[in-house]
Design a protein. Structure first.
Length: 182
């Protein structure tokens, strides 16, 4: 089975939208079946960064906010965007502080994820943060967040009950549960 060579051929590519976070391209392609087709690609200008803070008692923190594209409220792990040019760990440390006020002495990257690889090139990284110290939050001006400290086991159960549906959160919480036998 061939895994490295693309069976797709790009005939043309046109940028149809651009903002500070994403670029959208319309592409005319030849499909793997050899037929003409189209493809829409969302290129993300930042990396997706997710953090699962865990304290000595086995608690974690979730962040709740209204997600405009979904038109619904969402509970998620602390997360945000990290510049392509900045080390993902530095971005994770900044995001955890901004959204929860937490700072951690111990960091471990537990995974890399493509959030929706059929339409976007967005790449995400998940970290576990431990040996926590509480400080002040530094929310972005567009954020209205709730912070919830709860047992890690309850957060994992929220994934299993479809109360957490964000891809970074689902991936990260299930992976940390598997790694830690939760």
């Amino acid at each position: 089975m061939q895994t490295e060579l693309s069976p797709w051929k790009t005939v043309s590519s046109k940028e149809v939208y651009d903002n500070p976070w994403i670029t959208l391209r319309h592409e005319e392609v030849i499909t793997p079946a050899g037929t003409p087709g189209i493809y829409g690609v969302a290129h993300f200008k930042n990396k997706a960064i997710g953090i699962i803070p865990i304290d000595n008692e086995g608690n974690t923190w979730l962040v709740g906010q209204y997600r405009y594209p979904l038109e619904e409220y969402s509970w998620e792990i602390p997360m945000g965007g990290g510049s392509i040019d900045v080390d993902v760990l530095l971005s994770a440390q900044r995001e955890l502080k901004e959204e929860t006020g937490l700072m951690a002495q111990k960091w471990e990257m537990i995974g890399r994820i493509h959030t929706s690889n059929s339409v976007t090139d967005e790449e995400g990284f998940i970290f576990v943060a431990e040996n926590l110290e509480q400080g002040e939050t530094e929310f972005d001006e567009t954020e209205v967040l709730q912070i919830w400290k709860l047992p890690l086991t309850e957060a994992v159960e929220m994934v299993m009950n479809n109360k957490i549906t964000d891809s970074l959160s689902v991936y990260g919480l299930l992976k940390v549960a598997r790694l830690r036998g939760v």
